[in-house]
Design a protein around this ligand. Structure first.
Ligand SMILES: [Zn+2]
Length: 90
């Protein structure tokens, strides 16, 4: 009986930790603001966008953007890539 109780506590602890970690990840991703970690740790929560022309990953806030179809936002590393994409899709 005592063993079952201990097992239950351990299980609850493990599941609870996993749950909170998952929740933390969702909140982090939704807010977009990465938590300040140690030096050299890549910023979490920053969604990288892929340049469809050259395949380079860019940070949206520093990228050249093109709004396609009136709502879809596409990010490019440079205006040259944006022009190439526009010429290709036109
Ligand atoms: Zn590019």
């Amino acid at each position: 009986m005592l063993l079952r109780l201990a097992l239950f506590i351990i299980l609850a602890f493990v599941v609870g930790r996993a749950f909170w970690r998952l929740l933390d990840g969702i909140v982090d991703g939704a807010s977009g603001g990465g938590r300040r970690g140690g030096a050299g740790v890549p910023q979490r929560g920053v969604q990288m966008a892929r340049d469809p022309v050259c395949g380079v990953f860019v940070v949206p806030e520093r990228a050249v953007t093109l709004v396609a179809g009136g709502r879809e936002r596409i990010y490019f590393c440079s205006e040259a890539c944006r022009d190439k994409y526009r010429a290709r899709s036109a």
